[in-house]
Design a protein around this ligand. Structure first.
Ligand SMILES: *Cc1c(COP(=O)(O)O)cnc(C)c1O
Length: 513
């Protein structure tokens, strides 16, 4: 029952806009406002998601920029509905929608609803995971999920880890630990060792390895590309040869980075054989499973990760194959003590414990970040509501579709396919015949751009051996092989038209070839 003249604590404010700036803060007195505003936002997004007919509007930066530039940020609208109307124009209408079955470009997934619930809770409570005194249970939840993931990998009883912002940060963190371990075990001074440190990764590994090497002050040539086989997997014998060469040349390999799911091909390096080479040479093994980590929960394909349990560190991106919203990622390590290399104490935040037994679980001691989102909550609610098997089933479904898509493309003479997928990407290209074959690179580049401009579907592009290819990345269980067939027909149509026009122009003006 409400008192006349005073709103019930949960009732929306009677007259639309809040009267004072404080009414915008989420406090004991504004929960009604909070519910109302979020419900309105959720209603907008729901309408968009339900009504999206194509993954992208095809808008260009030049066409959209004036709309964004015209917003006067110093003149607030003062009204939620008006701001959401404006948001339709500056963002929602032209956003790229990953839930659409014909979005086939990058490693972006449709997100599971339990994780969105987690997202809403974690941002409202706004815990910060750097210290126990800013998070309490949040720290314990993150630690349970780290233990759960390490157990799925098989890293053993001393394992530990920390959530990160993404695979890029996880790889940087892993290589920081590798550099520090190399320095700790070296017989020469750090400044003499640094230019000699080497990281070995396959030619199909992720570019964040290079970026990390640069950030860590390593030599420009620190990352050595180990050759791959026809399936784009690192060759263990080539790795052994590179390790031997490093030894001959007085170089110190500080880590081998194996990839469990390369970004372009989804190829999984032979982890057992690579681990054996690393053990023989006494080199740390980091496994970048940013993409392939979904296999950890797959009911049928977990064996594809065999050997990952030998890793010293592992990158997992839950925001790829665990269907979590960005960001959700982690670095796991076999020996939790290695994380001490990121430990720095600040008197105001995480002072060094004065007595043993005095230590609080402060995750900042293990992280590259200080203030840090409680992203782990999304995975927690996902596991508690739908469960790991259900996630794994979703990943299995997209891998099945990729297999069917590969078969479709391999049987279609208009196209060439590079490898049979292990995960859920298919790299292919349209192949013009006869003299027009010389136009293949341009035709595929054009087809991708024209398709994106139409908004009917989005595919990615990549280079293979210097040539332009196209890539389908399947992460949406709702994408069917019929969707794929339709999209590749569109690709072929754009490419064919391009070739015809270029050839016609060439016949009259400048002959091709
Ligand atoms: C996506 C990806 C990364 C980078 O992860 P982000 O979360 O985008 O920072 C690293 N390695 C591989 C193999 C990836 O596919």
């Amino acid at each position: 029952m409400s008192i006349p003249g005073r709103p019930a604590p949960d009732a929306p404010p009677p007259t639309g806009a809040p009267a004072s700036p404080r009414d915008h803060l989420l406090t004991a007195g504004t929960t009604g406002q909070y519910r109302q505003v979020l419900a309105e936002g959720i209603a907008r997004v729901s309408t968009r998601i339900a009504g999206t007919e194509r993954p992208f509007s095809g808008v260009t930066p030049a066409a959209l920029a004036p709309t964004v530039a015209a917003v006067d940020l110093d003149r607030p609208l003062g009204d939620v509905t008006a701001a959401l109307d404006e948001l339709e124009d500056v963002y929602l209408r032209d956003a790229v929608y990953f839930h659409h079955p014909r979005y086939l470009a990058h490693l972006n997934c449709p997100v599971v609803i339990p994780a969105l619930l987690g997202e809403a809770v974690l941002s409202a409570v706004n815990s910060s995971l750097d210290t126990w005194d800013q998070s309490a249970g949040g720290t314990l939840i993150e630690r349970r999920l780290i233990d759960w993931t390490a157990q799925r990998i098989g890293l053993g009883p001393a394992a530990d880890g920390v959530f990160t912002s993404g695979g890029t940060q996880s790889n940087l963190h892993a290589l920081l630990l590798a550099r520090e371990e190399a320095c700790a075990h070296a017989t020469v001074a750090r400044r003499d060792l640094l230019p000699r440190l080497r990281v070995l990764a396959s030619a199909a590994g992720h570019f964040s390895v290079q970026k990390a090497a640069a950030l860590l002050g390593l030599d420009d040539d620190a990352v050595l590309a180990v050759p791959t086989d026809a399936q784009r997997r690192m060759c263990p014998d080539a790795l052994a040869a590179e390790l031997a060469r490093c030894q001959r040349d007085g170089l110190t390999p500080m880590a081998v980075v194996a990839t469990a799911g390369t970004t372009d091909f989804g190829s999984i390096d032979p982890l057992d054989a690579i681990a054996a080479r690393c053990a023989a040479a006494g080199v740390r093994l980091h496994v970048d499973a940013a993409y392939g980590c979904g296999l950890l929960v797959s009911p049928t394909r977990r064996p594809l990760l065999a050997g990952i349990e030998h890793a010293d560190s592992v990158t997992v991106d839950y925001h790829k194959s665990f269907f979590q919203p960005v960001s959700s990622s982690a670095l796991l390590v076999r020996d939790g003590l290695a994380l001490r290399h990121a430990t720095y104490h600040a008197d105001y935040l995480n002072p060094a414990p004065v007595a043993s037994g005095d230590a609080l679980p402060n995750q900042v001691d293990k992280s590259l970040q200080t203030t840090r989102r409680f992203d782990a909550l999304k995975l927690w609610l996902t596991l508690r509501i739908m469960g790991a098997d259900a996630l794994g089933q979703l990943f299995d479904e997209v891998i099945d579709t990729a297999e069917a898509a590969w078969r479709l493309l391999a049987d279609d003479t208009r196209f060439e396919v590079v490898t049979r997928p292990t995960l859920s990407t298919v790299v292919f290209r349209y192949l013009p015949t006869g003299p027009a074959a010389a136009l293949a690179d341009d035709a595929n580049r054009h087809a991708r751009r024209a398709l994106a401009a139409s908004g009917l579907a989005v595919v990615a592009g990549t280079k293979v051996d210097g040539h332009q290819y196209l890539k389908l990345t399947l992460l949406n269980p709702q994408t069917t092989v019929d969707d794929v067939a339709h999209v590749v027909d569109l690709v072929a149509g754009h490419a064919r038209r391009y070739v015809r026009e270029r050839s016609a122009a060439g016949a009259t003006a400048c002959p091709v070839g």
